[in-house]
Write a protein that binds this ligand. Structure first.
Ligand code: C5P
Length: 221
């Protein structure tokens, strides 16, 4: 049994994937299951932390002893994260956030009309929540962690993203068929702003979560 090294700490985790509505029945979404974020929330609670889990469209039961805040869109996720981050010791952005959302929302279902070309979907940029939380640091010494799914030049792209986002740690996953999304397992490298590099062997998402909390706990000491 692990010692409760996160006792007295408040940690905030986002999980799942945002859905950006086009009309009352349609949305732009992604394949994130929320499993990694839920594993992070469960393991942090087991290590004694007070945990807020901001869950975007994840269809899993609420983990015991975790404060779950359900959200749908990136804008809702941002609001919930900023509110919870105000007194957080650590913030982990494991959710897959849509980079763009439809520019307009149709209050009635969009109809297809015969002999008419499909209309293009205009998009606008969503806020970058991880970059904003990293730049703000609502509390001094707050540790901020991001996730990145990359398909190629994984480490180089990860390093560049860590810099761009301004977070302390970036968990870089290589994505491909049968890897990462919806899977029970994960394989990753955790990059640190201090130039550290922590490989995590292929294994359960809990194991990756424990490594993330090890690295966070060390930075909170
Ligand atoms: O830029 P990219 O989407 O690859 O970055 C992934 C990381 O940034 C994840 O931690 C994700 O939760 C976060 N993110 C965010 N806001 C966005 C897009 C991504 O916080 N609009």
């Amino acid at each position: 049994v692990r010692e409760p090294d996160l006792a007295g700490r408040h940690v905030v985790v986002s999980a799942g994937g945002t859905r950006e509505p086009l009309d009352p029945v349609r949305f732009l979404g992604n394949r994130s299951s929320g499993k990694q974020g839920y594993a992070l929330a469960r393991t942090a609670a087991a290590r004694g932390a007070r945990v807020t889990l901001v869950a975007a469209n994840a269809s899993m039961p609420d983990p015991a002893g975790v404060d779950v805040v359900p959200v749908g869109t990136a804008v809702e996720l941002r609001e919930a994260m900023l509110r919870a981050a105000a007194d957080a010791d650590a913030v982990v952005m494991a959710a897959a956030v849509a980079d763009f959302r439809p520019a307009t929302y149709a209050t009635g279902k969009i109809k297809k009309k015969d002999d008419q070309e499909p209309a293009p979907i205009a998009l606008v940029r969503n806020p970058d929540i991880l970059a904003e939380i990293s730049a703000t640091r609502a509390r001094s010494g707050q540790v901020v962690v991001g996730f990145a799914a990359e398909t190629d030049d994984v480490l180089a792209n990860g390093r560049a993203k860590l810099k761009r986002k301004g977070c302390d740690l970036l968990v870089v996953n290589e994505v491909g068929e049968r890897k990462t999304f919806g899977s029970e397992e994960n394989e990753a490298v955790v990059l640190g702003a201090d130039d550290s590099e922590t490989p995590v062997a292929h294994g359960p998402k809990e194991a990756l979560a424990e490594t993330v909390w090890d690295l966070v706990a060390r930075r909170l000491e």
